[in-house]
Design a protein around this ligand. Structure first.
Ligand SMILES: *[C@@H]1O[C@H](CO)[C@@H](O)[C@H](O)[C@H]1NC(C)=O
Ligand SMILES: *[C@@H]1O[C@H](CO)[C@@H](O)[C@H](O)[C@H]1NC(C)=O
Ligand SMILES: *[C@@H]1O[C@H](CO)[C@@H](O)[C@H](O)[C@H]1NC(C)=O
Ligand SMILES: *[C@@H]1O[C@H](CO)[C@@H](O)[C@H](O)[C@H]1NC(C)=O
Ligand SMILES: *[C@@H]1O[C@H](CO)[C@@H](O)[C@H](O)[C@H]1NC(C)=O
Length: 674
């Protein structure tokens, strides 16, 4: 051990690249770095700065040993110099689901931070100092445990902390890829190297933070931007460095490289020189193993025979169906092996939900580390497959910020697998109906409504061909990390057209969202989507599903209820009680009235999505009287007496045991055997 350390030292001595001037320094690895370390922090023989090992309730600090003069002597009193820093880090956990509390870059008046606590205090503060001005600590936290006391948004976020653990601003760990402008989620505790950039410009007092996987150039779009007068907080002499802490669960927090500059000219990290974090699960060879080893060798010989058989079995395990016509579809094709690995063999823990279309799993692509949602659809019919796949692939060309991006597909015997962008916040209905989730504010709801309208307008009118969604409802609306609405499952209903007998038209949709004319024509149109959108508007505004199980026979459906309120001149009584006083009455009224307008039983009387968009944007006034609607809506709303078979696809159902008494799924009719 000692020998190897010495060897490493001698061997690497000439290569030590640590340059530092008064205000600038860079560490591409920390092999010879002279840092001030305390707590669990140490520098490994590989040149990694390890802030914590897997010690419970442990913390570690590593600061640049000299204080830096932040104040600008050339300026009038008080103003600090601009600064920039970047560092590469890895956070490893033994168990994917639990982790230590996190890691922070900090500027602090002290490099020891004596008295700071581990756990949620991140080694920066203690129960007295946090939140009290005068501690002069400014930190960027990579927080991997959600702490409600400090308003943490989740257990995977980046935040700016100014003298307090309550971040002034925070965001789920993610970045906007420069190539396509899409948000990509990152998992801080993934054990993958990532890089953070922090820039403060003293002139306009803007503090920017960006994060990306190591190797991806600094994304242009900042993750966090906030205006803050750090001159009022940062003292003249400050230390800069890192702090990390664990609680009952632990992580190993590593810094691979770090560059800092005060007043410009920050040097970029050289990723080729950075050390690698140790891979997990490496075990030392014990003396016992020395004895066991020869036995193992014999066993191995036997096993290698088995191995050949295993290879044959694996070949079957990863077998796909790939026909010649698919080759020209090119890059949209995923290999089954990648998807299998991404979802760890479609493990139950990775299951996000089960719906009429099949099971949906979360996955991480092995090569790009991209988070994906994988939809596994069992499909026996080969008939029409070619047409369907080309359609799906062409759907992959649909690009809109309110659609869940389809990335590609894979095909196996009897199975079709679709790959989508992963949406970290799940489906909208959870936020409306699930008591365990916090409810959405009105401004978030209105934003979601406008997003859905915009996505639907794109499908109906703005793409090269008209795409009918056919199953608009809250559970088919997913939310991205910024709570933007994303329509999912568009185009999928078509799967059930291909290969089915044209004589028996199957109606696809969910009762409560199905326009009355569908029972006669069986045909989905843009106008039936608008009808479902109307039901969706009322659902979001009233916090009730269009039809509730308990309400059948007792109280009217949602449309009638809203209409009734309107006629009595108390339209706003229909609103979701959970909203309290948090709403803009003009917007809420507009949404309720527009919901009724779209739910008009007469297809020709419904607005188009373009008109809907103009109403929502306030570009056109919505003139509508309750009397004009009343006769028609009440008369035929929610007529169950469909002659045709209704095949409804309950969308992704919650796999957790949440209260689902009022679930629409409970009353959807499933006659798929007909
Ligand atoms: C490390 O830095 C401190 C503070 O500048 C200094 O006192 C000490 O001598 C340095 N140690 C080494 C080994 O360079
Ligand atoms: C962590 O580091 C401390 C201090 O260096 C050491 O005493 C402890 O044994 C280490 N624990 C583990 C689990 O590696
Ligand atoms: C800055 O403050 C110091 C004392 O705090 C004072 O002596 C000096 O005159 C001030 N300079 C300016 C330019 O205000
Ligand atoms: C802060 O924590 C210390 C040590 O755990 C404890 O003795 C003290 O009572 C706490 N003070 C407050 C105000 O919570
Ligand atoms: C920022 O804070 C410094 C120090 O307290 C103060 O002198 C300066 O006026 C502040 N700047 C602004 C724009 O508020």
């Amino acid at each position: 051990m000692l020998l190897s350390k010495a060897l490493v030292f001698i061997f690497f001595l000439p290569k030590l690249v640590v340059s530092s001037s008064n205000n600038n320094f860079i560490f591409n690895g920390f092999r010879d770095a002279n840092l001030s370390l305390n707590g669990l922090a140490d520098i490994t023989s590989d040149g990694l700065l390890r802030l914590t090992n897997n010690t419970k309730a442990g913390l570690g600090h590593a600061f640049y040993p000299l204080p830096l003069h932040f104040k600008d002597s050339s300026k009038s009193n008080g103003t600090i110099l601009p600064f920039s820093t970047t560092f590469a880090f890895v956070i490893q956990t033994k168990d994917d689901d639990v982790s230590g509390h996190g890691l922070a870059f900090a500027t602090s008046p002290s490099k020891e931070l004596t008295g700071a606590f581990p756990n949620q205090y991140l080694g920066l503060f203690n129960n007295i100092s946090h939140g009290s001005s005068g501690n002069h600590i400014v930190a960027v936290e990579l927080d991997t445990v959600q702490n409600m006391d400090y308003g943490d948004i989740n257990d995977n976020h980046v935040g700016i902390d100014i003298e307090d653990l309550k971040s002034v601003t925070s965001h789920e760990a993610a970045y906007v890829a420069d190539e396509d402008g899409d948000w990509k989620s990152l998992k801080l505790v993934s054990g993958k190297p990532m890089q953070v950039w922090i820039d403060y410009s003293a002139m306009d007092m803007q503090l920017h933070v960006v994060i990306s996987p190591l190797g991806v150039p600094k994304p242009r779009h900042p993750l966090l931007s906030t205006k803050v007068n750090l001159s009022a907080i940062i003292l003249d002499d400050m230390y800069v460095g890192f702090s990390a802490s664990n609680g009952a669960a632990t992580s190993s927090h590593y810094i691979l490289g770090w560059s800092f500059s005060l007043n410009g000219n920050m040097q970029a990290l050289d990723s080729s020189q950075l050390p690698f974090a140790p891979s997990l699960g490496k075990k030392r060879i014990s003396p016992l193993l020395m004895v066991v080893l020869p036995l193992v060798a014999v066993l191995l010989l036997l096993l290698s025979l088995g191995g050949i058989m295993l290879i044959l079995k694996r070949r079957k395990k990863y077998a796909e169906v790939l026909e010649e016509w698919e080759l020209e579809l090119g890059p949209h094709r995923f290999s089954y092996k990648d998807l299998y690995k991404a979802t760890r063999g479609f493990k139950e823990e990775y299951l996000l939900g089960v719906g009429g279309f099949g099971r949906v799993y979360k996955g991480v692509l092995p090569s790009s580390k991209l988070e994906i949602a994988v939809k596994k659809i069992s499909h026996e019919s080969r008939q029409g497959m070619r047409e369907f796949i080309s359609e799906i692939v062409s759907m992959g060309r649909l690009r809109h910020r309110n659609l869940v991006q389809l990335l590609g597909y894979c095909r196996r015997q009897g199975e079709l697998i679709l790959v989508y962008d992963f949406m970290p916040n799940g489906s909208l209905d959870k936020f409306l109906f699930d008591k365990t989730k916090s409810s959405l504010s009105w401004s978030q709801r209105f934003q979601v409504i406008k997003g859905v309208a915009s996505g639907l307008l794109y499908l109906h009118e703005e793409w090269e061909q008209v795409v009918i969604h056919r199953d608009i409802k809250a559970s088919n609306i997913l939310l991205d990390c910024e709570f933007n609405a994303r329509l999912s499952d568009f185009g999928l209903a078509r799967l059930y057209d291909h290969g089915s007998n044209p004589q028996t038209t199957r109606v696809v949709g969910t009762i409560g969202y199905l326009a009355p004319e569908i029972s006669k024509t069986g045909k989905a149109t843009a106008s039936t989507d608008v009808y479902a959108f109307g039901a969706f508007l009322l659902e979001v505004a009233c916090g009730r599903r269009p039809l509730e199980v308990r309400s059948i026979g007792e109280s009217p459906g949602l449309t009638d209820m809203v209409l009734e309120c309107w006629k009595r001149g108390v339209l706003l009584n229909a609103k979701d009680p959970k909203l309290g006083n948090d709403y803009v009455s003009e917007e809420l009224e507009l949404v309720l009235r527009l919901g009724l307008f779209c739910s008009h039983p007469e297809p020709t009387s419904r607005p188009s999505m373009r008109q809907v968009m103009r109403f929502l944007e306030g570009d056109a006034p919505l003139h509508l009287s309750p009397d004009r609607l009343s006769a028609s809506v009440s008369a035929s709303s929610y007529d169950y007496s469909f002659d045709n078979v209704i095949l409804s696809y309950p969308s992704i159902a919650d796999t957790s045991t949440s209260a689902r008494g009022s679930s629409m799924e409970a009353i959807t009719l499933m006659h798929s055997d007909v």
